[in-house]
Design a binder for this molecule. Structure first.
Ligand code: HEM
Length: 401
């Protein structure tokens, strides 16, 4: 069986392919695309933990989406640790908790706006807007630039079925250039007029190395960090909430459980993330030979750590294709693991929790209008572009998930 992350069929339903890989080729090699892939939970976890062997500085996507951007994710140790400190404090669980009232107020406004028509595109009108508003407020991004930034972040990653596989689409390159202009203007403004926002934090906080020497991020580094935060800060939550809403619609008993007992929602969010992690794989580059299951992956190889597969590994999760909102997910790999563990995990969890609390409290009987569901197409992200819901109407026939 072939594993090609650029295959449109894989984007529809990758899980049977992943299962085959776990059972038959736990160290898979795709010569044409030039990568190895690890798909079992234990192997993915071990590689995520071994940042000395598995480097990120050569990029984490097959088509090199990060090229030209200096992100935190694509920084290796020891620089990574010096840089991460600056953001980690701001995104700690405690700091993030302070945002809950604001997140709830935004969620309520967005959902109430749909009451009159009884319909909503859960992606465009809710699951994108909620995290976008919050990250935009944290960055103090001018209101009139938010819609454009959202569109550009989406284009940065999204592919057309007709785009040649393996290379970054021209539209993605263009989107990156426009985002760069926009954020450089913002950096210049905050350099002169600092505030309490994340842009000012990154501009004005020195990076301190192990010897205690300080330096400030240059424009190229600032740009990478800001695009990374803006993109990661909303595209992923957007996808998690939408795919989770579909999973719930297809599991009526689970939905009834959450309506009866909303305290189950945080665990349901973990299960949604396990079932459809928005980041299906993350790439690494080997600094030395390393052996898994008797196969040596040589130094200087690209390796895909297939999180989407690890999260469905029956060696760890019994009956992995079943949505079980009471499942003990344990060590979640949906946010990665090790030194690059998602810095925004606490924020993402809070946003998703509030999103489902408010959605189910208002529209517990929402129904998916399957005819209008549109999936995103990307080499490493799983999610939906459009998810029309009837908020109080009868069922329509289910589509294949
Ligand atoms: C459901 C939502 C999210 C998911 C599924 C997700 C997933 C991930 C994953 C898998 C990684 C590790 C990638 C790797 O090791 O190669 C990561 C890293 C990261 N995430 Fe998230 N993320 C989410 C939300 C967020 C949010 C809301 C933010 C920021 C506000 C954020 C910012 C970052 C950053 C900056 C990194 C790099 C951390 C580092 O290299 O130290 N993410 N995320």
């Amino acid at each position: 069986m072939e594993y090609d992350p650029f295959s449109p069929a894989l984007a529809e339903d990758p899980y049977p392919t992943y299962r085959w890989l776990r059972d038959n080729a736990p160290v898979y090699r795709n010569v044409e695309r030039g990568f190895y892939a690890l798909t079992r939970y234990q192997d993915v976890q071990a590689a995520l933990l071994d940042a000395e062997t598995f480097l990120t500085s050569h990029g984490t996507t097959l088509e090199g989406l990060e090229q030209g951007f200096d992100t935190l994710l694509t920084t290796d140790p020891p620089e990574h640790g010096w840089n991460r400190k600056i953001l980690a404090r701001r995104f700690s669980a405690g700091r993030v908790q302070e945002l809950e009232p604001r997140i709830r107020a935004v969620a309520v406004d967005l959902l109430e706006a749909a009451r009159e028509t009884g319909r909503i595109d859960l992606v465009e009108d809710f699951s994108a807007q909620l995290p976008l508003t919050i990250i935009a407020e944290l960055l103090a991004l001018p209101t009139d630039q938010r819609a454009r930034v959202h569109e550009l972040c989406f284009r940065l990653l999204e592919r057309e079925i007709t785009d040649p596989p393996g290379v970054r689409p021209a539209a993605s390159v263009q989107a990156g250039q426009e985002l760069a202009q926009l954020f450089l203007a913002l950096v210049a403004q905050r350099r002169a007029h600092p505030g309490e926002d994340l842009v000012s934090l990154l501009v004005h906080t020195p990076v301190v190395d192990d010897a205690g020497t300080e330096h400030f991020l240059d424009d190229r580094q600032l740009l990478g960090r800001l695009i990374e935060l803006t993109f990661a800060g909303h595209e992923t939550v957007k996808k998690l909430v939408a795919t989770g809403a579909v999973r719930l619609a297809e599991a009526p008993a689970a939905r009834a459980d959450l309506i009866r007992d909303p305290s189950l929602i945080p665990n349901a969010v973990e299960e949604m993330l396990r079932m459809d992690p928005p980041a299906q794989y993350t790439g690494r580059w080997t600094s030395r030979d390393i052996e898994f299951h008797g196969t040596v992956i040589p130094a200087d190889s690209r390796v895909l750590l297939v999180i989407g597969s690890a999260c469905h590994d029956e060696r760890v999760y019994p009956d992995p294709e079943r949505m079980d909102v009471r499942r003990e997910v344990g060590r979640q790999l949906g946010f990665g693991y090790g030194i690059h563990l998602c810095v925004g995990a606490a924020l993402a969890r809070l946003e998703a929790k509030v999103a489902f609390e408010e959605l189910l409290a208002r529209y517990p009987d929402y129904q998916v209008d399957h005819a209008g569901v549109v999936r995103t197409y990307s080499s490493n992200q799983r999610g939906l572009k459009h998810l029309p819901l009837n908020l109080q109407s009868a069922t329509s026939p289910a589509t294949r998930w």
